[in-house]
Write a protein that binds this ligand. Structure first.
Ligand SMILES: N[C@@H](CCC(=O)N[C@@H](CS)C(=O)NCC(=O)O)C(=O)O
Length: 204
């Protein structure tokens, strides 16, 4: 059985939604990020960087990083493109999310990762938020005239939903992003998404 290590409202919500939607029995283990559980010796054995998500596979081995976890789950649950060009495009979106969108947001929540100079925090947070907002606009453009981020619903969509929720949390004018907002509404109509949003107390 798969075990997901997650934290409410974190990027682990993408894998949480995919697992909830899969119909397969899985275990969800909450990691107390605010309490520092991610830095305990026990958790660092699961995720050496002290982050969520982490997925414990059927053989007991841990798998880390959304860029690996989401394609793995997508292939397992038929939520991943089969043809090579479509798969490459899906990897391109996951790469953009994990290496640009998420780190931009990390500048807002974790400025200490980027400088030890606390007086520089406001500038770092401000620049991170502006960059993050620019990426959200880009995602809005990617969703023009289409229902989902790939040709059909896939693991990319729960990942895209995470950043919408973060935009709301940062009080960005998300309603102005018409395509992205319509996508968020489509996501919420999926029973598994609604269940996870309730479990993780997501406000969108
Ligand atoms: N590159 C990682 C990033 C994971 C990550 O940064 N997770 C955040 C939550 S969204 C975390 O666990 N933060 C805990 C901390 O910074 O202490 C991935 O995509 O899986």
């Amino acid at each position: 059985m798969l075990t997901l290590y997650y934290a409410p409202g974190a990027c682990s919500m993408a894998a949480h939604i995919v697992l909830e939607e899969s119909g397969e029995k899985y275990e969800a283990k909450k990691v107390d990020l605010a309490g520092g559980e991610q830095r305990t010796e026990a958790y660092l054995k699961i995720h050496p960087l002290g982050r969520v998500p982490a997925l414990r596979l059927d053989n007991g081995e841990p798998l880390t990083e959304n860029t690996a976890i989401l394609p793995y789950l997508g292939k397992r649950f038929d939520l991943w493109p089969k043809e090579a060009p479509a798969e490459a495009k899906a990897l391109s979106v996951i790469g953009f999310f994990a290496s640009s969108v998420h780190p931009a947001h990390a500048h807002v929540g974790r400025p200490e990762r980027y400088t030890a100079d606390t007086s520089a925090f406001p500038g770092i947070k401000d620049a991170g938020l502006k960059t993050f907002q620019g990426y959200l606009k880009q995602i809005d453009g990617m969703l023009a005239d289409r229902e989902w981020l790939s040709d059909q619903y896939s693991v990319l969509d729960p990942y895209g939903f995470v950043f919408y929720a973060w935009g709301v949390r940062r009080e960005l004018p998300m309603a102005e992003l018409k395509n992205y907002s319509a996508f968020k509404d489509r996501m919420l109509k999926r029973p598994a998404v609604a269940r996870v949003a309730e479990d993780e107390k997501i406000k969108v």
